[in-house]
Design a protein around this ligand. Structure first.
Ligand SMILES: NC(=O)c1ccc[n+]([C@@H]2O[C@H](COP(=O)([O-])OP(=O)(O)OC[C@H]3O[C@@H](n4cnc5c(N)ncnc54)[C@H](OP(=O)(O)O)[C@@H]3O)[C@@H](O)[C@H]2O)c1
Length: 214
């Protein structure tokens, strides 16, 4: 599958490399086609990795992943181009984190709205699925924890899109809990805060959530 990954940070590189490992083709999108971090990442990944602008990565991908700074979502999705997003599954890994009051952060958008809902409004014809937002990047691919596979909480409006992301998460080594439509981003983004808080309290970042079912 061809995947367009927006973002050159830890999440973009981690997910891009994981997808290459799983046999997919990945174009990393950035503000400039010659983004040095994207070029360095692609050079380390071999022939199935490439770089481009956000629009080029959006056009390239059959599946798209949004992994840029949460506050940049409007700029990134506008640059990607509505015509390149329409009809495609768009995995939203982002969190609207607000560090203005220090660390740990709060959410810049919360209550009756969320970053995930904003992303769906910014890309109304994309099939947005919130995922990967409540765990640190080192654990996103093949987490190896004593308690077994952790649980990835996902949400989105499109059942087929969530089924596709659920299958991908299985390839990544995760159990999946469908938490409803995109409005549930309000809770999934809160889960990110809890994940960060736990790391801040213990000074350790190797944790992930697991749902125990009856
Ligand atoms: N890091 C984690 O472990 C983790 C875990 C779960 C979720 N998340 C979420 O995933 C997202 C990515 O996190 P990250 O740590 O990989 O990277 P990040 O530092 O949050 O974001 C870096 C990316 O955002 C781009 N960017 C920054 N400002 C921009 C702007 N004004 N316009 C367009 N692009 C802009 C950067 O582009 P340039 O290369 O051009 O600077 C870079 O590609 C965030 O929303 C974060 O909250 C992170």
């Amino acid at each position: 599958m061809r995947v367009g990954v927006f973002g050159t940070g830890d999440v973009g590189k981690t997910l891009g490399s994981a997808l290459i490992t799983l046999g997919h083709e990945v174009m990393m999108g950035a503000r400039e086609a010659q983004n040095p971090k994207a070029l360095e990442w692609a050079a380390s990944q071999g022939a199935r990795a490439s770089v481009g602008t956000f629009a080029e990565a959006a056009a390239f991908g059959e599946l798209l992943i949004l992994s840029t700074l949460g506050a940049a979502n409007p700029a990134v999705l506008t640059a990607a181009g509505a015509e390149n997003l329409a009809g495609k599954v768009l995995i939203d890994t982002t969190n609207p984190l607000d560090f203005s009051r220090g660390f740990p952060p709060t959410l810049a958008v919360a209550g009756q709205d969320s970053g995930g809902e904003q992303v769906q409004r910014l890309a109304p014809e994309a099939r947005v699925v919130k995922a990967f937002n409540s765990v640190g990047s080192p654990l996103m691919f093949r987490p190896n924890l004593p308690g077994g596979p952790p649980t990835m909480f996902i949400c989105g409006n499109d059942a087929a899109a969530k089924a596709q992301v659920t299958a991908l998460l299985g390839d990544f080594g995760w159990e999946v809990e469908d938490s409803g439509d995109i409005r549930s981003s309000r809770y999934l983004e809160g889960l990110c805060l809890l994940w960060v808080l736990r790391g801040a309290i213990h000074g350790q970042w190797g944790h992930a959530f697991k749902l125990l079912r009856a």
